[in-house]
Ligand binder design. Sequence first.
Ligand SMILES: [Zn+2]
Ligand SMILES: [Zn+2]
Length: 202
Amino acid sequence: MIITRLAVGFLGTNCYILNMPYRNDAVLIDPGDNYTKIKAMLDSKGLTAKALLLTHAHFDHTNAVAQFARDGAKVYLHHLDVHMSRNDFGISGSMGVRFCPFDVDVVLNDGDLINECGMTFKVMHTPGHTAGGVCYLSERIIFSGDTLFFMSVGRTDLPTGNGRDLFNSLKKLFALDGDYDVYPGHGDKTTLFFEKNNNPYV
Ligand SMILES: [Zn+2]
Ligand SMILES: [Zn+2]
């Protein structure tokens, strides 16, 4: 899997472009803003976005979803965050950003398998930052959204956040066998093993 990271929007959210060699279709994890910038990167690689895998429904992870959906990409989101695809409780407004509502094509549950663009992803429900937060696992890689960061974890004070749930979600991640590369929703890439041993929040 080829992974390209773009930091988008004023919170510098990580949008990941994923594709397999010799294919022209791509998966986007969290196209949170800057449609034009993401599209330009796709074009430069000769790729078309076919699927949008959302780790949760906060605006900084979803504000370019409607534009890519209009181009034909399919939108994936956990069922407990679907209500936030139309209305984000004013979170974006409180930060001076317009929320761009979107439609969900595939409603996810824990353990679902997604096959897109020659890649397979397993859905792990990791509530705590939001009720419908998920991680996507593929090969030895985790896209952790705002659940787990390099040396940090997601905040739990926003609507549907819950500290106990987040703690249990982290325990679930750390119970996975072997090591994984972790690509978070903000900041630098890390590994599960490193966070297990060094993350001050767990
Ligand atoms: Zn978030
Ligand atoms: Zn975020």
